[in-house]
Design a protein. Sequence first.
Length: 288
Amino acid sequence: MEIEVITRENPAYPALLKGIKNPPPQLYCCGDCTLLGNRSVAVVGSRTSTVYGRKTAAAVSRRLAASGVTVVSGMALGIDASAHEGALDAGGKTIAVLGCGPDVCYPPENRVLMAEIRRHGLIVSEYSPGTPANRYNFPNRNRIISGICEATIVVQARNRSGALITAELAAEQGREIFAVPGNIDSPYNLGNNRLIKEGASPLICTDDILEYLGISGANEEDARERLSEREYQIFELLKKEGELSVDEVCMRTGMTPAYVNPILAVMEMKGFISSEMGRVFLKIISCK
């Protein structure tokens, strides 16, 4: 197993991480070290999670990875593992930050996942090879998870989850925090719901984080899959014209305002269009 050591003086050391309080003096890396320079988002949550939570983590990560964003997590059981798996399923990139040496698989149940991440992503640790997993190491590694990312998403977290430590560190580092709203009567969602109460942005759909990053989900493949026939007709029209007023949309499609306005409202909720000053236009498609 080839392990590369990247010190703070190395140009490959992540610029965002260098700016945090107490950045690690070196990173032990195994895999594609160029990912340290990618735009990244952390997707984290509890080890004990529900099927809904794991499916949501995978779905969010698939969408991020398909949009060219590297998904970062801690390779723990539950939400973390689902986040990595979602990114890999999309053919995208993912970084696992460990609380042990980069050659140590913890938990051992994730041995196959770790091998996949090593082949198609990156394993990162501030701990030297052979360092065993220690419960005191994990709060420290969380500052790296949030520190190399522009934003952190907490999918599902109990009240004392380590994911909440990651969110707290992200806030201290000046990074954006998103939390997936959950059932108020479920102990699995106490942490993420509390984050929203305290000011985290609710993640209603993946387009919320893509919009924050300046990336739109409004592409041709998504449009064909997610839009109705009438919605797709307007999508194609706006793609050709750039922007139009509601009256112009009505004139070009032959539909009345009473029919068009609800369609535009649904398209905006789906994240395909924006409206301003009485005009509608497609959201930005490219990645900044």
